[in-house]
Design a protein around this ligand. Structure first.
Ligand SMILES: *Cc1c(COP(=O)(O)O)cnc(C)c1O
Length: 374
């Protein structure tokens, strides 16, 4: 059994995929060019945003956005305590200070009360300038943007949607990668929309920011490539990856997103009342980057994971450590406590999840979980 069956996906897409890759190789245009431009237009239209700027990976996308906003030393950037390391890493990388806030036990996303407490604590202390709220659409579910955008407006903060795991999700009929002041995603192979290597993108409706990002991605280029007007980076999407994503986006929109939601419903039906299953609030749709259950304790979680492994059922712990406990952040001050994150790190377990999962496989996983917990 595969945790995320990328081989099965390739087999399903093989004829079209092989042709797209070979055509790109034969065209001898490997970086940028018409394939990348066409993909950016498709992605922008899909997400309902004016500009999509592709780049090297989802981490670069976040970092470039912070750079474009001029975030640096002395600035506070609010980051969920329960997320992948990159969401906070980029903040320190540009010289700003990450301020971690807690998440909700049902949705795994921002706890707006904790976020507000963190903002108030930073303001009361007075040594940092609060600038940006990074939200994460964890496991495929968009964060609570109604409340977050209102709170950010009240405190004059920018909102950066880290939708590395959220592509395809919806809230109130609006698609992920279109919330806040700018959004980013990742095309790492195991994400909801993945390529065959690293890739990422930034989404914004702001013409000026879009222009600045296009310069920052290519060594701070000015009117042409060898006119360099600012310090930038080299972060671009390869044409081959754009060709791969073009094929995958069609499958994603045609049937994969529907298929993962079907698989999630099978898990829900088989596991409700047995373990705490993921909560998708009214008005939301998840793109199911992960299907994550919660167990009563660390002991039960670890025991279950071992028992499933012995039966050939792969699972993952996303994430075993709160951001504020990471060694790399040991010098970073905690402004609020994050008890929910601490609890989740001990109790979460992500189950096999992908669009090619069969109902019998879901049943096998659910039966093994029930047998262990009995
Ligand atoms: C994967 C991920 C990233 C980083 O994306 P890469 O393409 O691997 O650099 C950032 N934030 C979150 C929440 C992620 O899951």
């Amino acid at each position: 059994m595969q945790f995320r069956d990328l081989k099965k996906q390739y087999e399903a897409l093989k004829p079209e995929m092989d042709q797209a890759i070979l055509d790109t190789v034969a065209s001898a245009g490997y970086i940028g060019g018409p394939r990348v431009k066409a993909l950016e237009e498709l992605l922008a239209a899909y997400c309902g945003v004016k500009h999509c700027i592709t780049c090297g990976n989802g981490t670069d996308a976040l970092q470039l956005m912070l750079q474009a906003w001029g975030i640096g030393p002395g600035d506070a950037v609010f980051v969920p305590d329960f997320t992948f390391f990159a969401s906070g890493e980029v903040v320190s990388f540009v010289g700003a200070t990450p301020v971690f806030y807690d998440v909700d036990l049902d949705t795994f996303n921002a706890d707006v009360n904790s976020l507000e407490a963190a903002i108030q604590a930073v303001k009361a202390e007075g040594s940092l300038h609060p600038k940006v709220v990074i939200t994460v659409d964890l496991f495929g579910l968009p964060a609570n943007y109604d409340a977050i955008e209102a709170l950010a407006a009240k405190h004059d903060l920018l909102v950066l949607e880290d939708s590395a795991q959220g592509f395809g999700g919806e809230f109130d009929g609006q698609r992920a990668c279109s919330f806040g002041d700018a959004a980013t995603t990742s095309f790492f192979p195991a994400k909801p929309l993945g390529c065959y290597g690293d890739g990422g993108a930034i989404f914004t409706n702001d013409d000026k920011v879009a222009e600045l990002l296009r310069s920052l991605c290519v060594h701070g280029k000015g009117s042409f490539k060898y006119d360099n007007v600012r310090i930038g980076v080299n972060s671009r999407l390869d044409a081959v990856q754009a060709a791969v994503l073009d094929v995958k986006l069609k499958a994603f929109a045609d049937y994969e997103l529907e298929a993962v939601n079907k698989a999630a419903a099978w898990y829900d039906a088989a596991l409700s009342g047995v373990v705490k299953t993921p909560v998708i609030p009214d008005g939301y749709m998840s793109s199911w980057a992960q299907y994550t259950i919660q167990l009563p304790s660390r002991e039960v979680r670890d025991g279950l994971q071992d028992a499933l492994k012995a039966q050939g059922i792969p699972t993952m712990v996303y994430y075993p450590k709160p951001m504020h406990c990471q060694t790399a952040f040991s010098g970073v001050k905690a402004y609020v406590d994050c008890p929910n994150t601490e609890k989740l790190c001990d109790t979460v377990l992500s189950l096999p999840m992908h669009p090619y999962l069969e109902k019998e496989t879901v049943q096998t996983v659910a039966d093994a979980i029930k047998a262990y917990l009995k």
